[in-house]
Write a protein of this length. Structure first.
Length: 193
């Protein structure tokens, strides 16, 4: 914990953010419905989420503005945005596809993941894919493409998340999704997505 916090901030940290391993497990289990859960919203609101890591890592000035934006984004209902609505409607299709391609695995929904060693950070991956030998994090991204543009054409857009490397589609390491997933892996103590 930083040594530059005032007493009110220290108390807030100890009363609201600091958690035990058992509490972390309980929070995760109680929040698997994600955005439909008020508890999910509460725990994400008091922590930095992995979805903000790209913005944080690339910010060079105006950190107070960034902090205010991150806080405000937790309060916004994004479900009405076309891209978010599209993703929500298609997530179950992707889950079913993942299950069909990984019949020896179990796909489990995941809630808010926190690591008691860094309790001010959290992540909300879309799932865990596991069997007796392996555990992989699952993050589902449904690309909103109302123009129905071919993937090769989408990839030419500078802000698109994927690029083709020797015939293999890969997530760009400069994209916000990459930072989000790296944060999810670190907070979840996993190495594969």
């Amino acid at each position: 914990m930083p040594d530059f916090l005032n007493i009110e901030e220290v108390l807030y940290f100890h009363q609201n953010i600091k958690i035990s391993l058992e509490e972390a497990w309980e929070i995760e289990l109680q929040t698997t419905e994600q955005s439909k859960s008020n508890l999910w919203k509460k725990h994400r609101q008091i922590r930095l989420t992995s979805s903000a890591f790209h913005s944080i890592a690339h910010r060079m000035a105006d950190f107070d503005v960034l902090a205010a934006n991150i806080y405000r984004n937790h309060e916004k209902d994004l479900s009405k945005l076309p891209a978010v609505s599209f993703g929500s409607r298609h997530e179950s299709v992707i889950r079913n596809f993942i299950r069909s391609q990984n019949e020896c695995y179990i796909l489990r929904k995941v809630g808010v993941v926190t690591d008691p060693r860094i309790p001010f950070l959290c992540a909300s991956p879309d799932g865990l894919l596991f069997n007796k030998e392996n555990v992989q994090l699952v993050e589902i991204k449904c690309c909103y493409n109302p123009e129905n543009v071919e993937l090769n054409q989408l990839a030419k857009r500078p802000n698109f998340c994927l690029h083709n490397v020797d015939g293999i589609w890969k997530l760009k390491t400069t994209h916000a999704y990459f930072y989000q997933i790296q944060g999810q892996l670190a907070i979840s103590n996993l190495t594969e997505c």
